[in-house]
Design a protein around this ligand. Structure first.
Ligand code: PLP
Length: 382
């Protein structure tokens, strides 16, 4: 008779993903445009929500397609059965053109060498025309053809050969759309519109034009063109305070744990690494199995709060790799095993103020994207 083991014990720390919220956000952003066409960005594992799970929710809610940063992220989605267009924002690595064509991926192109390699792949047995989105660098200074080089790009024979003279899209990326005073975006859009004219004058068939990230989608109707390309806002986080207040975006991730232990410590005791805090009173301390390795930013230590019983409780001392200490002295009865909300709302206390991504960003000095993408893969998604 074989030995039977108990199931592997699992730490009670989870990220709960709300697919309804993802779908709601997709529809809300689509309604914000006149055309309703959304290219949903699911890079960085769907901003930590799970790329396949999030991608399926967005497609079910009507997304035109999905965008990722990396070729391997696109392959993961195809292998999970996604049939809609998938755009590789970071371009295809040299030597992997055949793989991209085989998976029928759309790719962002901005360098002559990319055209050469795609034309060569087209010529090989089994090769076919690539789905190309040509990128203009209108001011981001990152990826994209510079405006002064755009005409020459359009005249390249290998671009035509690689695409059969049909571009699936043309895009640019806004650098400052989430600045309250944004002196840059309008000029970027002027350059983009000029490039779109050049494109049609060069005889390329009508293509999808896209420029708007979340901030552009919410703040600049002019940037909506044929498709919008939001990430952050789809996950329920507004890129600027107030930009989406009328949309009622719904945060789609809740991070929740349980109190693993309780102890009472005397006044004056230094606590956690570096003794950043000395207890000012006799303190009931809850031990929470969630740390910076899970994505609770260590730099938030001095300011961070969590929700227990719907009440805000302060973190004590430094957040450590796997564990955070919390002051629960002001709660009346506290038990080991009680839920602790680290991000999001408290499901059993609807009136409690949720812990928001914006708060965590403020407490830690990180940007919103970093907080959301920072919830580590070792926290199981449910
Ligand atoms: C990440 C990214 C987006 C989405 O940006 P958000 O600020 O998350 O909306 C759109 N376009 C490109 C090219 C990106 O890299």
């Amino acid at each position: 008779m074989g030995v039977r083991f108990a199931p592997v014990p699992v730490r009670p720390t989870f990220a709960q993903i709300d697919a309804d919220a993802l779908m709601h956000n997709l529809r809300a952003l689509a309604e914000r445009t006149s055309h309703g066409q959304v290219l949903a960005v699911v890079k960085a594992d769907g901003y930590g929500h799970g790329a396949v799970r999030a991608g399926r929710a967005f497609i079910e809610a009507g997304a035109w397609g999905l965008a990722v940063a990396l070729l391997e992220e696109a392959v993961e989605l195809r292998e999970a059965g996604v049939l809609e267009p998938i755009l590789v924002l970071g371009g295809v690595y040299p030597g992997y053109e055949d793989l991209a064509l085989r998976h029928d991926l759309s790719m962002v192109v901005w360098e002559p060498e990319q055209c050469e390699r795609l034309a060569a792949a087209r010529r090989r047995p089994g090769g076919r025309a690539a789905r190309v989105h040509l990128k203009l660098d209108s001011g981001m200074g990152r990826l994209g053809v510079r405006p002064e080089a755009f005409q020459a790009m359009l005249e390249r024979a290998d671009l035509r050969e690689a695409t059969d003279g049909k571009l699936e899209g043309i895009l640019t990326h806004l650098a400052c759309a989430d600045d309250e005073e944004d002196p840059v975006s309008e000029g970027q859009l002027d350059l983009f519109e000029r490039a779109c004219e050049q494109l049609s004058q060069a005889g390329f068939e009508a293509t999808r034009r896209h420029a708007a990230n979340s901030a552009g989608t919410l703040r600049y109707a002019r940037s909506h063109y044929d498709l919008v390309r939001p990430g952050l806002a789809l996950y329920g986080v507004s890129p600027t305070p107030g930009a989406a207040s009328d949309l009622a975006l719904r945060p789609a991730m809740r991070v929740i744990s349980r109190i693993a232990g309780l102890r009472t410590m005397p006044a004056g005791q230094g606590i956690s690494y570096g003794h950043l805090t000395h207890l000012r009173r006799e303190t009931r301390v809850a031990i929470v199995p969630f740390g910076y390795e899970d994505g609770f930013p260590r730099r938030a230590s001095a300011h961070a709060q969590v929700l227990i019983q719907g009440r805000r409780c302060r973190v004590l001392g430094a957040i450590t790799m796997d564990t955070t200490l919390v002051d629960v002295t002001d709660l009346e009865v506290v038990r080991v095993g009680e839920p602790v909300v680290l991000l999001g709302d408290d499901p059993s206390h609807a009136t409690a103020q949720p812990i928001t991504v914006a708060e965590l960003a403020r407490w830690s000095g990180l940007i919103l994207h970093e907080v959301l993408c920072g919830i580590s893969p070792r926290v199981p998604r449910t």
